[in-house]
Design a protein around this ligand. Structure first.
Ligand code: PLP
Length: 355
């Protein structure tokens, strides 16, 4: 089978070992003679999967023993846009707007209380990350999006605030070292760097909960899910198992600091090409560039259409930009190989002789 270079922004590529192990478990999970699709979420086999997945979720971020609980819930990151204010917004919360996903989170928070826009990059089409954000006023929490999947920008550090910090890390969790322990609630839709779609991973410091007066429906209540250990209702058994396989793959590789080296190399390889070829334009400001989602466009439509043609020839797929930005977007999630990036770069360079 010929290699397909899949730059999909999500659901993302996963390591081939993970596909193979997951496929095996569909037919015969752990030599039980049963499919992973047909075992109880309360069976001891699955409880062990869930336990290991939670443990690795924390271990890989160096968050063990620091007061965090891991939840695997359904609804994707978008569900957290409302679950967060439902559980945490009493009077006023701060939000940083760096693109489509933060805007959606803000829209939902406004249904629950006052939203203070702490910083925004909307004035320049979300091409940059606002600098030197320090929040010293009283807020229930500060929310930011560490990596802007659509625009291709990324925070270098956690903003400073005297209140709990909440972060949507859907598209860069487990891809880099970061001050994870400065964040009180980390959440991510699984389908960008963790596992299959339809699942979210929430890592929450228990001490920030229980401070709002409203009553919270059980399904939306973090405390309820913590008390029931992610088994308030039927868990996404197969999804969580696949996440576990991916976590194990990452641990075997040497963890987040090792994958970060590879991710740095992939991003540098692609950005170098973008900077060296005068007919390619990067979208994001240099100091705000994302190492996970690289957004770019070509000088004109003629070059773009030759590029499309060459991509087809080289089996490069899912590289069109998001409809709100246009151009192209190459997503370099953990499982994407350096070789795929090199093939993409060689296609970009091959355009030299055709323009
Ligand atoms: C993809 C994405 C989302 C939305 O995730 P869903 O699981 O589709 O709800 C939210 N935030 C960020 C940063 C994303 O990349």
């Amino acid at each position: 089978m010929q290699t397909i270079h899949n730059f999909c922004a999500g659901p993302c590529l996963l390591p081939s070992e993970v596909y193979q192990e997951a496929a095996k478990a569909v037919l015969n999970f752990d030599n039980s003679g049963l499919s992973i699709l047909s075992i109880s979420h309360r069976s001891k086999e699955f409880l062990s999967v869930l336990e290991q997945a939670k443990q690795l979720a924390l271990e890989l971020l160096n968050l063990e023993g620091k007061g965090y609980t891991v939840l695997f819930l359904q609804g994707g990151a978008s569900m957290e846009f409302l679950r967060i204010p439902y559980n945490l917004l009493d009077k006023r919360a701060g939000y940083i707007n760096t693109g489509t996903w933060s805007s959606k989170a803000i829209e939902q928070a406004k249904l629950f209380g006052e939203v203070k826009l702490v910083a925004s990059s909307e004035d320049k089409r979300f091409t940059y990350i606002p600098k030197d954000i320090i929040v010293d006023e009283e807020l229930d929490y500060l929310h930011f999006t560490s990596n802007n999947t659509i625009y291709g920008t990324q925070f270098r550090s956690v903003p400073r605030a005297d209140c709990p910090i909440v972060c949507d890390m859907s598209s860069d969790i487990y891809s880099r070292t970061f001050d994870y322990d400065k964040i009180d609630l980390i959440y991510a839709g699984a389908q960008k760097n963790i596992g299959p779609a339809g699942l979210s991973v929430i890592i929450v410091k228990d001490e920030i909960l229980g401070k709002v007066k409203r009553s919270i429906p059980n399904m939306l209540n973090y405390q309820e899910h913590i008390d029931k250990e992610s088994l308030y209702h039927t868990a996404n058994v197969f999804g969580i198992y696949t996440c576990l396989l991916n976590f194990k793959w990452l641990k075997n590789l040497g963890g987040v600091s090792e994958i970060e080296k590879l991710n740095n190399e992939k991003a540098a390889t692609l950005y170098n090409a973008i900077d060296n070829l005068e007919y390619v334009k990067g979208f994001a400001n240099l100091d705000s560039r994302s190492k996970m989602n690289v957004t770019f466009s070509f000088e004109n439509d003629k070059i773009a259409s030759i590029f499309d043609e060459l991509c087809r020839e080289e089996n490069i797929v899912n590289i069109k930009g998001h409809r709100s930005v246009g151009g192209y977007r190459a997503s370099l999630y953990n499982a994407l190989s350096l070789e795929s990036v090199q093939v993409l770069v060689s296609v970009m360079e091959a355009l030299k002789s055709k323009v």
